[in-house]
Ligand binder design. Structure first.
Ligand SMILES: Nc1ncnc2c1ncn2[C@@H]1O[C@H](COP(=O)(O)OP(=O)(O)OP(=O)(O)O)[C@@H](O)[C@H]1O
Length: 572
């Protein structure tokens, strides 16, 4: 909550005005029972018509004032809550941009999505409530008791006995509610991740006819969410009957003792009515407590989850881009690099030492899980090695920081597209690029002629994640995007796997003509046969390296892969 209130400070003028106006509304509400007691005792019982007219006019005037104050206070409260929500979303999004791959893996995309959307909305609702009614209810309880004492001390004492008991019960409900709503939020995260996976993989689900399985998986989590939500709401709903009980007890006591006080002449009917009025309004304030507590508990749980993201520091302190570096040569040196993922005991890379010279094309082969992707991801500093030295142009990767990503471009296996046009998707790699540059990159990636067949050519919109394009087309668009960035080091992580042999060859040839340092992870030897150097990975180690001819001559593993692939292609 502390973190959230630091955001409210920016809008303190509006927040203070909302609170002052709310205070005005509250004061009117506190004065009303006293005015009513005067009207009853002096006007009705004393049969003084003029007193009735005067005090009724005062009552109407004050009510109109409270009405206007309430409306303006709501405007300010809405301004504060919406502005804070806007700022929180902005800062959360920006913080996520700085997260390392490890942090992303820990917090998960779906949880971050819930935090940036649902949790912020919850905090917004809480802030609005806080400024409008959350403070008003406890203030009215305190103010109401004080005012009751100014009317009649003995009768007001009854309220002092009942109110603390109710407060204790409400406090207990509050602490339990916070725990329950935190659990609800975790369930909601889980539900979101299932929905997200399902929507993204809908074609796979249909192809495997797993609709029922997915429905059951969803139902299970949905049921858990409903159960926890029910528990939380049931707890909150407890407040109402408890408050009603408190109210009825205090009414009975007030009527009984009020009657006694009137009988002995130490109280007037109007005073008893005023005290009963305060009692019912105090209990009504307790009544909205259930609703307020629910908002408070949810708001607090959401605020904690938001603060968790805002307060998590980037795991690597990496300098931002350095505009003083115009270009690099692209020389990469791995020296005894060992790396393991935080959640894995086994090292994904073991004692890797290899030099990649500037402008060289290096192919990487190896079984699935042998560490090829991990090797690539260390180069732009997406992960940090546990031991060893990794340098680019003789400068350690940690000193490069994020600046290295201006020169190193990684193309993942799955061509990811943003919603927008084809042109925007390619230009994403280099916003300054002119249309001619975009077309050239598309030609180099062998996708230009396909784009020209589309209804709006480069202006054709691709859906979210490019659902209307084939895997190979998405891969080629991703390559075009990478080429447009003019990288000095280009890393292709199996990113031509969906292309047929001829198209793949053409794409690789045009990449080779760029003379940047290129590291190509591939499944097929044919994809890397022409590389200056081929590294063969096995269980996180480089077990052979050399060019195709050298490896054919001296690496039994390479020979085995070569022969099996040639057989598959029907070439042997
Ligand atoms: N994010 C991750 N968290 C934990 N372990 C991981 C992660 N990514 C990969 N691994 C593990 O690290 C090892 C190397 O994985 P990597 O993805 O580098 O292999 P790969 O050779 O690229 O495989 P493939 O050819 O299937 O893409 C594997 O055992 C894998 O299970």
């Amino acid at each position: 909550m502390k973190k959230i209130f630091s955001y409210v400070k920016i809008y303190k003028k509006s927040a203070v005005l909302a609170l002052i106006l709310m205070g005005l509304e509250l004061s009117v509400e506190l004065i009303q029972p006293i005015i009513m007691s005067i009207i009853i005792d002096e006007g009705i019982v004393g049969q003084d018509f003029q007193t009735i007219i005067i005090w009724l006019s005062v009552l109407i005037g004050l009510t109109l004032l409270a009405f206007a104050a309430g409306i303006v206070s709501s405007f300010f409260a809405a301004d504060v809550s919406q502005s804070v929500g806007h700022d929180l979303r902005r800062d959360l999004f920006s913080r996520v941009q700085d997260f390392s791959a490890v942090q992303m893996q820990k917090l998960t995309a779906s949880s971050l999505l819930t935090r940036i959307t649902g949790d912020v909305t919850q905090v917004q609702a809480f802030l609005f409530m806080f400024l409008r009614i959350m403070l008003r209810a406890p203030l009215f309880i305190i103010g109401g008791i004080i005012m009751a004492f100014t009317v009649h001390v003995q009768l007001a004492t009854i309220l002092v006995i009942i109110v603390p008991v109710l407060l204790l019960i409400v406090f207990w409900i509050l602490t339990e509610g916070i725990k329950l709503f935190r659990r609800v939020q975790v369930r909601l995260d889980h539900l979101n991740s299932i929905i997200r996976e399902n929507l993204l993989g809908i074609r796979l689900v249909k192809a495997y006819n797993r609709n029922n399985h997915e429905q059951l998986r969803f139902n299970k989590v949905n049921n858990h969410l409903m159960d926890d939500n029910k528990k939380a709401l049931q707890l909150m709903e407890l407040t109402m009957p408890i408050v009603m009980l408190g109210m009825n007890i205090s009414l009975v006591l007030l009527l009984w003792f009020g009657f006694m006080e009137i009988n002995i002449g130490s109280a007037q009917a109007g005073e008893v009515v005023a005290i009963i009025n305060y009692a019912t309004r105090i209990m009504a304030s307790f009544g909205v407590f259930g609703f307020l507590l629910m908002n408070f508990s949810r708001g607090k749980a959401s605020a904690t989850r938001i603060s968790e993201v805002l307060e998590s520091k980037p795991s690597q302190v990496i300098p931002k881009t350095d505009s003083s570096i115009a270009n690099i040569e692209g020389h990469i040196n791995f020296e005894n690099i060992t790396f393991s993922y935080s959640n894995m005991k086994r090292a994904a890379l073991k004692d890797i030492s290899v030099q990649i010279n500037a402008g060289e094309t290096v192919g990487i082969l190896g079984e699935t899980g042998s560490g090829k992707t991990t090797f690539l991801q260390l180069i732009p500093g997406l992960y940090k090695a546990k031991s060893g030295n990794l340098s680019i142009d003789n400068k350690p990767i940690k000193e490069w920081g994020r600046a290295i990503r201006d020169f190193v471009t990684l193309v993942p296996q799955e061509g990811f597209l943003f919603s927008g046009t084809i042109k925007e998707n390619i230009a994403w790699g280099n916003e300054k690029a002119q249309f001619d540059d975009i077309v050239r990159a598309a030609k180099d990636a062998n996708i230009h002629s396909y784009i020209m067949t589309l209804p709006d050519q480069y202006e054709t919109r691709v859906g979210q994640r490019g659902v209307n394009l084939s895997g190979g087309q998405k891969q080629r668009l991703s390559i075009a995007r990478a080429l447009l960035a003019n990288p000095t080091v280009l890393l292709l992580d199996d990113s031509t796997s969906a292309l047929d042999a001829n198209t793949e060859q053409r794409v690789l040839e045009s990449i080779k003509s760029k003379s940047c340092t290129t590291v190509v992870v591939a499944q097929k030897i044919s994809s890397v046969m022409d590389a200056d150097k081929i590294l063969v990975f096995d269980k996180g180690c480089i077990v052979a390296s050399g060019n195709h001819q050298e490896l054919i001559g001296n690496s039994p593993l390479y020979q085995k892969i070569y022969q099996s692939q040639m057989k598959e292609d029907g070439l042997s």
